[in-house]
Design a protein around this ligand. Structure first.
Ligand SMILES: *[C@@H]1O[C@H](CO)[C@@H](O)[C@H](O)[C@H]1NC(C)=O
Ligand SMILES: *[C@@H]1O[C@H](CO)[C@@H](O)[C@H](O)[C@H]1NC(C)=O
Ligand SMILES: *[C@@H]1O[C@H](CO)[C@@H](O)[C@H](O)[C@H]1NC(C)=O
Ligand SMILES: *[C@@H]1O[C@H](CO)[C@@H](O)[C@H](O)[C@H]1NC(C)=O
Ligand SMILES: *[C@@H]1O[C@H](CO)[C@@H](O)[C@H](O)[C@H]1NC(C)=O
Length: 491
């Protein structure tokens, strides 16, 4: 019979303090002849190999390794030995787990906005809980000395109405007296100031089409230095032939608008932006435009009808329009009516209409339209042409001759547009080729040369003048001299 030695078991350590994240191992040694050597966790469960718990068991020795300890691992661990007869003995080890002083992801710098309540975060943990003290410029922050400062229950430092002057490095120091543990982090605190914009001059004047330039200036302050952009009609302006963008010392930003045109007038804005905010200011450009007559045409009117002459002018400000009759220098302003009531001017919004009723031939000629504004004037001329039905200029309508003697019958006509003149005898039109007849044509005049050959060639000749306004005729009489002449002369 084999005599068994009494079973005994022991663990290398009996009380262990371990900080979170540390690893540790324990050796359980058995004396006697154990058939099993097993570990039990604080919950009384048998430990099996896992990721964070490793077991290396030989006959009389077992090693338990705890990797990366967590708070929940704390408690009493037992090592149990069992012999052939089922008899068990145990040893235990007390595992205490504490949290070391740890700063959790403390940011630096921490940024705040001017005027707000800043909370500088110092997230520190330990078990037991740490004592936190804040320092600024090597001096402890106490509420007695710093009325706007307060260390919160969560260890963060609260600053009321933070200003640029509060900027700097703050030290968060944490300690655990029980272990004599102490540590700190330095946190840079940054105070951002929203942009403030100002302008020297808000409204600008310029005249279009004189290659003029205008420069707007916006002055900015703020922290960090704001970025300045320029806008017009909801669009950001980019440097171009038209726009020059400049940034000078002292937060001065400038926009130069070149080669000013009418369309450049209106509202512009500069906008300053930084991470604390943005501000926008409006600037105005007033563009003056010299008066310019854009529409004035020659007019042709029919005698006796009404003529309407219109003149259209642009400009900023809109010009006043007046008329001048070149023949006598007479002027007509808006709302004027001539004494005889025939000339009348009506205008509005850059357009003026001169109405002449009962147009006469004497109205023919040049008229000047003049557009005048505070900044200048422009003048243009037009011609009034008058059309009328042909008029006969002579009342010499009786001619005398005798057989074989040529005579010139002259039909003198005034007309506009020029008239076509026809000679008729009874129902027949006289043409080149009519026997004994010749037609000599000149401007406004037609001469019929008749060489009477028989009685039949004496009598009425009809001169017809026609233009697009109408037709007129005049009768001529070719009388036989010697027969009638003496008689006519006597009568
Ligand atoms: C721009 O013109 C207007 C109108 O003539 C005038 O009242 C104003 O003073 C001018 N502004 C500047 C900045 O010249
Ligand atoms: C208007 O009439 C004048 C005189 O007849 C002429 O010199 C001028 O060319 C005309 N203008 C136009 C635009 O027809
Ligand atoms: C004929 O012509 C003359 C001179 O042009 C003028 O004085 C006279 O009144 C005219 N007579 C008629 C009847 O038209
Ligand atoms: C008639 O007028 C034409 C043209 O002017 C001239 O050539 C001719 O000799 C004149 N005839 C008479 C008879 O005067
Ligand atoms: C002359 O001619 C016109 C048109 O052809 C006619 O209307 C008129 O009656 C004529 N005059 C005479 C006296 O024949």
């Amino acid at each position: 019979m084999v005599v068994l030695a009494a079973l005994q078991v022991s663990i290398s350590l009996n009380k262990v303090e371990l900080s979170v994240g540390e690893s540790k191992f324990f050796i359980c040694t058995a004396i006697g002849e154990p058939v099993r050597l097993e570990w039990y966790n604080p919950q009384g469960e048998r430990i099996v190999q896992s990721k964070r718990m490793a077991l290396h068991t030989e006959t009389s020795r077992s090693r338990l390794i705890i990797y990366n300890a967590i708070i929940e691992d704390a408690g009493i661990y037992r090592c149990q030995a069992t012999d052939v007869s089922g008899h068990t003995v145990e040893a235990s080890v007390v595992l205490e787990i504490y949290q070391r002083l740890t700063f959790r992801d403390v940011q630096s710098p921490q940024e705040f906005r001017h005027g707000e309540t800043a909370e500088v975060v110092c997230d520190v943990i330990s078990s037991p809980v740490p004592v936190v003290v804040w320092y600024y410029q090597d001096k402890e922050i106490t509420e007695d000395h710093h009325s706007r400062f307060q260390v919160l229950a969560n260890n963060n430092l609260q600053i009321h109405q933070v200003t640029k002057a509060d900027e700097g490095v703050y030290r968060c120091e944490a300690s655990v007296e029980a272990r004599g543990e102490i540590d700190f982090v330095d946190i840079a605190m940054v105070v951002n100031v929203p942009p403030v914009l100002s302008v020297f001059q808000q409204s600008f004047n310029a005249t279009a089409d004189y290659q003029e330039s205008v420069t707007f200036t916006c002055i900015t302050s703020g922290s960090p230095d704001p970025v300045v952009t320029w806008h017009r009609k909801a669009q950001q302006l980019e440097p171009s032939d038209k726009y020059i963008l400049n940034r000078l010392e002292g937060g001065r930003s400038m926009l130069t608008i070149r080669n000013i045109r009418q369309a450049d007038g209106g509202t512009y804005s500069c906008k300053a932006t930084n991470k604390a905010g943005s501000q926008e200011r409006e600037l105005f450009l007033k563009v003056f435009v010299q008066p310019h007559i854009t529409q004035l045409r020659n007019v042709t009117a029919v005698e006796g009808s009404a003529a309407m002459i219109s003149c259209v002018a642009e400009g900023e400000p809109l010009p006043d329009i007046s008329w001048r009759r070149a023949s006598d220098g007479q002027s007509f302003m808006d709302g004027d009516k001539s004494r005889d009531g025939r000339f009348e001017v009506r205008g509005r919004h850059g357009k003026s209409v001169l109405t002449i009723s009962g147009v006469r031939l004497t109205d023919l000629g040049r008229f000047d339209c003049e557009a005048q504004s505070r900044i200048g004037g422009h003048q243009k001329s037009m011609f009034l042409d008058i059309e009328y039905i042909p008029k006969f200029l002579t009342n010499h309508t009786i001619y005398y001759s005798w057989e074989g003697n040529p005579v010139n019958i002259s039909c003198d006509v005034m007309s506009n547009p020029p008239a076509t003149i026809l000679w008729r005898r009874e129902r027949f039109t006289i043409s080149e080729g009519t026997p004994n007849m010749h037609i000599h044509s000149a401007d406004g005049k037609s001469v019929l040369e008749v060489t009477p050959m028989s009685d039949r060639d004496f009598g009425r000749y009809n001169c017809t003048a026609r233009n697009n306004i109408g037709v007129r005729y005049q009768d001529f009489i070719l009388a036989q001299a010697g027969e009638c002449a003496p008689f006519l002369l006597v009568s």
